[in-house]
Design a protein around this ligand. Structure first.
Ligand code: SAH
Ligand code: SF4
Ligand code: F3S
Length: 479
C-alpha cells in the first residue's frame, strides 16, 4: 500500500544506543518510506513519531522517558499522531511504557521490528495500542526464545544510509555472555549468526550501490559462528569471503569479546589488505576481583596475553576498549588496576562508563550499587585523563606521515557554519585504523579515498592536508 504523493505521511525518528540501533532505525525508516512515508526533523510535523531506544544505562532510558513526556500535550491536541517506542527499552519495559506514558500507541522490541509497518497500519485503522515483543529468555526453550527474536534484515535502501559510501552489516544478533552488569542478553535475546550467503549477498548489493566500506556488526562479533554441515564458518572465514567483493575497499567489525580473539581472526586481519587494523576489544576492568564479579570469563593476565598476541600478529593494530568504573564493590585498589591496564594497553581510545545498575541483570540482584556517584565521577575523569594522554601520544606519532582517508563529509565545525557548497570546506574522514582526520577539501571529494599528510594532532583528531602528488596512478582513481 503506497500513499499518494499529495498526502504522503510524515515520519519522525529519534535513535539512541549503539550501532545496532542505528542500523535498525535505518531499516525501519527504509521500510516505512516504501509505504510512502517521508522523514521530517521535528515531531510536531510528523504523523508517526518513533523512538528507537537503549537500555544499557539508566541515563539512556531517562532521556527517552523525558522525550515522551514532552509529547504529552502534542498528543492531546493531535490524538491521531502515532507515538511508538522501539528497541531495547521496549523489550525491557514492555507494558510499563503504556503505564508511564499512556498516550504511547506502539511498543516493539528489537526482535519484532519487521512488524512495524503492519502495526502502524492497524493503529491507523483504529486497533488501539499495540505491544509486540519477543519472549523473555526464561519463557521457553532456547529455540522458542531464539525464534521470537527475528534478525531484521530487509533489503537495503541506498538513499537511507547516513553516507552512501559506508554501511553497517549485521552478521549476528543477541548475546550469550551474560556479563552480570549487562542488559543486552535480555533485551537482544540469544546469540544467532546470520547465514554467510545472506551476508555476502548484502555486501555485494551494497558494493553495487557504491558503498566502499562495510562495518560488520555483532554484540560479540568475533563469536560469529555459522554451522554448515560438517564445518563452522567463523568470522575469519567470513572476512575471507567478503574480501574479494569488488568495490568494497574497507572492512571493519565491532565489538569483539576478548576470549574469542582467536589466532585465525588475527591472521585474517593481518593478511587481508582490505580489513581494517582497528580492533575494539573491551576489557571493562583491570582488576581480577571485579572481572570475576562481572563474570567476564577472563583474568587481567589473559586479557594482557590477548593484547600481546594482537600486537605480535598485527603490529599496526589500533586497539580500543571499554571500561566500567564504580562497579559494585570496586575499591580504590581495583580502580588503580584499571588505570594500570589503560597505561599498559596503550589503547587508541577507551570509552569509559560509570556503572549503572540495571534491573533484570544478575549484578542488580546480587550486589549493592555501593560506589558513591561522586567517586564514580572522579574515577571516570581520572581514567579518561590517563587515556587521553595516551591517545594524544599515539596520534602525535602520525605527524609528518601520509595516511589514506575515506572522506565522510563536512567536519562538525563545517556543519555548524554551513553556507558554502562549492568552495573549500573543512572535511572529515577516517583512516584505515579508524582515526578521525580533519582537512580542507571540497564537497565533491566525499566518498573518495585520499592521501592526507598529517601536520597536527589532538587526542581524538588528526589534522592534515590533502597530498596533491600522485603516489601511484592506480591508487587514487577518482570515482
Ligand atoms: N557487546 C559489547 C557492548 C555492550 S554495551 C561488548 O560486549 O563489549 C557497550 C558498553 O557499555 C559495554 O562494553 C560496557 O562497557 C558498557 N555497559 C554495559 N552495561 C553497563 C552498565 N550497566 N553500566 C555502565 N556501563 C555499561
Ligand atoms: Fe553485554 Fe557482555 Fe554481551 Fe557485551 S558480551 S553485550 S557486555 S553481556
Ligand atoms: Fe543499547 Fe540495545 Fe545497543 S541496550 S547498547 S541499543 S543493544
Amino acid at each position: 500500500m503506497t500513499a499518494s504523493a499529495s498526502q504522503s505521511k510524515k515520519l519522525y525518528i529519534e535513535t539512541v544506543g549503539c550501532q545496532m540501533n542505528l542500523l535498525d532505525s535505518e531499516l525501519v525508516v527504509a521500510s516505512l518510506r516504501r509505504q510512502g512515508y517521508e522523514l521530517v526533523d521535528v515531531p510536531k510535523r510528523a504523523d508517526v513519531i518513533l523512538f528507537n531506544t537503549c537500555s544499557v544505562r539508566q541515563h539512556a532510558e531517562d532521556k527517552i522517558y523525558s522525550a515522551l513526556g514532552r509529547l504529552k500535550h502534542l498528543k492531546r491536541r493531535f490524538p491521531n499522531k502515532i507515538i511508538g517506542v522501539l528497541g531495547c527499552m521496549a523489550q525491557k519495559d514492555q507494558g510499563l511504557i503504556f503505564q508511564r506514558a499512556p498516550y504511547v500507541d506502539l511498543v516493539v522490541g528489537p526482535g519484532q521490528l519487521h512488524r512495524v509497518p503492519e502495526l502502524i497500519r492497524q493503529i491507523e485503522q483504529g486497533s488501539g495500542p499495540k505491544l509486540e515483543v519477543s519472549l523473555d529468555r526464561t519463557a521457553g526453550s532456547r529455540q522458542q526464545v531464539a525464534e521470537s527474536f527475528v534478525s531484521y534484515d530487509p533489503l537495503r535502501d541506498p538513499q537511507m544510509r547516513p553516507t552512501p559510501y559506508q554501511a553497517f552489516v549485521r552478521i549476528m544478533i543477541g548475546c550469550d555472555k551474560f556479563c552480570t552488569y549487562c542488559i543486552v542478553p535480555k533485551v537482544r535475546g540469544p546469540e544467532q549468526s546470520r547465514p554467510p550467503e545472506h551476508i555476502l549477498a548484502e555486501v555485494r548489493q551494497l558494493a553495487q550501490e557504491g558503498c566502499r566500506e562495510v562495518t560488520l556488526l555483532g554484540q560479540t562479533v568475533n563469536s560469529y559462528k555459522y554451522r554448515q554441515g560438517e564445518r563452522s564458518v567463523r568470522l575469519s572465514d567470513l572476512l575471507e569471503m567478503i574480501h574479494p567483493v569488488q568495490g568494497i575497499d574497507r572492512i571493519k567489525f565491532v565489538t569483539n569479546f576478548p576470549l574469542d580473539m582467536t589466532q585465525d581472526l588475527l591472521e585474517a586481519v593481518r593478511d587481508l589488505p582490505k580489513v581494517s587494523h582497528y580492533l575494539h576489544v573491551p576489557a571493562q576492568s583491570g582488576s581480577n576481583r571485579v572481572l570475576k564479579r562481572m563474570k567476564r570469563g577472563y583474568t587481567v593476565e589473559q586479557y594482557r596475553e590477548m593484547l600481546q598476541r594482537i600486537y605480535e600478529t598485527v603490529p599496526q593494530a589500533a586497539v580500543t576498549s571499554d571500561f566500567i568504573v564504580g562497579f559494585c564493590g570496586e575499591t580504590e585498589e581495583d580502580f588503580q588496576q584499571s588505570v594500570e591496564l589503560v597505561r599498559w594497553g596503550r589503547f587508541k581510545n577507551s570509552y569509559i562508563f560509570k556503572y549503572s545498575p540495571r534491573p533484570g541483570t544478575k549484578a542488580y540482584e546480587l550486589y549493592p550499587d555501593d560506589v558513591p556517584e561522586e567517586v564514580k565521577r572522579r574515577r571516570n575523569n581520572e581514567l579518561l585523563e590517563v587515556q587521553n594522554q595516551i591517545s594524544l601520544e599515539l596520534n602525535e606519532q602520525f605527524i609528518g606521515q601520509e595516511v589514506e582517508v575515506l572522506v565522510e563529509g563536512p567536519s562538525k565545525m563545517a556543519q555548524k557554519h554551513a553556507d558554502s557548497t562549492t568552495g573549500p570546506i573543512q572535511l572529515c574522514g577516517r583512516t584505515m585504523c579508524d582515526r578521525i582526520v580533519v582537512f580542507e577539501g571540497n564537497l565533491r571529494q566525499v566518498g573518495q579515498i585520499l592521501p592526507v599528510r598529517i601536520y597536527d594532532a589532538t587526542p581524538h583528531t588528526l589534522l592534515g592536508m590533502v597530498v596533491t602528488h600522485h603516489v601511484g596512478p592506480e591508487l587514487y582513481v577518482l570515482r
